[in-house]
Design a protein around this ligand. Structure first.
Ligand code: BES
Ligand code: MN
Ligand code: ZN
Length: 496
């Protein structure tokens, strides 16, 4: 756990993080130390000597004068007002480089309250490691930076304090999402996922904080008619679950939103078994469920005046003699039938059940957002760092895109073209679970749209690429689970 503080006292830490920017193409450098006054002449000479350039994702450590160690994190080109995401990434890159240290003070340019939030968020989000499953090799793997002090002249202002509190909440719940994603299916099953959130809801204050949790087991799912979740989960020795977390704010709720997250704790492809190469990352197929559940807890911790109903359909997609066969027909909650032509298109089946259930509640919803690592086609279309947003309501979509931009998560709008819908027709059931092989991300979105009341504003977020970082760490993004979508959801709800 990383703790964030804000201070404007004399430096107490041995480690000082500062910004470094380039002023021209000839190697000119400038130190950006925010509210901290520094005599920079000698330091700049030393930085030149070690070849610093100030480019983004460059972190350079030199023995300090103002502190024992000075850490320079690249801000790119010098600016009078750095973008919040530049600051978030620079702070995060520095935190990552400080793995093994216990505390550091960050003096970075944050001219306004948004940027102060970005620096604290980035610094905290970068201070993450996942060493839970190491024993003998544990000593070789250092712990993350524990205490982060943000050096700022606005330290005593109340809005600065609330920005720090928010960053702490965002970081804590993002770490929960990352931990769950990184936990392998040997240690994370549908059942243990629900138990984990049972414990988290309890420590967040439970009913006193407006939080309630309900769990359906495999027997209850069967008798209540959740054919999608049961069908996907029936091939596994670890039976499926449906998890519901509701957050009811104190006073009158301004709005009521449903979140639905895909929770496949392992996607082997079922009888449409995936190739061995790459299958191991399918432990992250529950990223959507982890993100919506943790976002709900973050929204509760921030005491936002919006009611949230969160649904996480959880199953393990495995091949076995009890697994769903290609051509099997399942009945989704509410009665629609689906011919399962490909058991590897399982996410839409469990989501359909949960989305139908979300809309069956007596409380009228103002919107519904589902989050899922739904298609490989998402990665083909947008790569590993940009997620897709689809939906049926332009207002909600543009509010969402505004929010995602403000919190530094990359989302891009994608269409749901009517002409692709017919490819989901089945000769024997209401729908087939696969359609046209081209535009697979859109076809999946169109499938989900069949389970949304046309007058309910709805967004579908496909985070297949950005949910998991298989490449090198960068900025505040570690290797493995990233926690994507949590910040956008929280920021959207703040804006409602
Ligand atoms: N979980 C996968 C999607 C996925 C693939 C996420 C790669 C992250 C990385 C999903 O269940 C799946 O298997 N989708 C199929 C759908 C197809 C059978 C229509 C896919 O994308 O290949
Ligand atoms: Mn699949
Ligand atoms: Zn899947």
């Amino acid at each position: 756990m990383t703790t964030i503080k804000i201070s404007h006292d004399v430096l107490k830490d041995d480690i000082l993080v500062l910004g470094l920017a380039s002023t021209n193409s000839k190697g000119g450098l400038v130190i950006e130390s925010g509210d901290l006054a520094l005599d920079t002449k000698a330091i700049l000479a030393a930085l030149k000597d070690v070849g610093a350039t100030g480019s983004t994702d460059e972190v350079i450590k030199i023995p300090g004068s103002a502190a024992r160690l000075m850490v320079f994190t690249g801000l790119g080109k010098k600016s009078n007002s750095y973008g919040h995401e530049v600051l978030r990434r620079a702070a995060g890159a520095a935190s990552r480089a400080l793995v093994g240290s216990s505390s550091a003070t960050f003096a970075l340019p944050c001219s306004n309250i948004e940027n102060l939030g970005a620096v604290s968020e980035g610094a905290a989000l970068g201070a993450y490691v996942f060493n839970q499953f190491r024993s003998a090799s544990k000593a070789e793997h250092k712990a993350a930076l524990k205490t982060i002090t943000i050096y700022s002249a606005s330290a005593t202002k109340t809005d600065a304090k609330s920005v720090i509190t928010r960053a702490q909440i965002i970081a804590d719940y993002t770490f929960l999402v990352r931990d769950l994603i990184n936990t392998p299916p040997s240690h994370l099953t549908p059942d243990s996922f629900t138990k984990k959130f049972g414990a988290v809801v309890k420590s967040a204050g439970g009913i006193k904080a407006g939080l309630k949790i309900t769990i359906w087991d495999e027997k209850q799912l069967k008798s209540a008619g959740f054919g999608g979740i049961v069908g996907v989960g029936q091939g596994s020795a670890n039976p499926p679950r449906l998890l519901h977390i509701s957050y009811t704010p104190k006073g009158v709720a301004k709005k009521r939103f449903a979140f639905v997250g895909k929770g496949i704790t392992f996607d082997s492809g079922g009888l449409a078994l995936k190739p061995a190469l790459g299958m191991e990352v399918m432990k992250y197929d529950m990223s959507g469920a982890a993100a919506v559940c943790a976002a709900t807890l973050a929204i509760a911790a921030l005491k936002l005046p919006v009611a949230i109903e969160t649904w996480a359909p959880l199953a393990e997609n495995m091949p076995s003699d009890t697994a769903t066969r290609p051509s099997d027909i399942v009945t989704i909650f509410g009665g629609k039938t689906v011919e399962v032509l490909n058991p590897d298109a399982e996410g839409r089946l469990v989501l359909a059940d949960a989305m139908m259930k979300a809309q069956s509640s007596k409380n009228k919803l103002d919107g519904m957002i589902d989050v899922a690592t739904l298609t490989g086609a998402q990665i083909t279309a947008l790569g590993t760092r940009t997620s897709a947003v689809m939906g049926n309501n332009e207002d909600l979509q543009s509010s969402f895109l505004d929010a995602s931009k403000r919190c530094g998560e990359a989302f891009w709008p994608m269409p749901l073209p009517e002409e692709l819908r017919a490819s989901l027709d089945s000769p024997v059931a209401d729908l087939a679970n696969i359609g046209d092989k081209y535009g697979g991300m859109l076809v999946a979105g169109l499938f989900l749209k069949e389970f949304v009341s046309p007058d309910l504003p709805w967004l579908h977020l496909d985070i297949a690429g950005p949910a998991y970082n298989e490449a090198k760490p960068h900025g505040y993004t570690p290797i493995g689970g990233t926690g994507i979508a949590l910040r956008s959801l929280v920021t959207l709800v703040e804006s409602l």
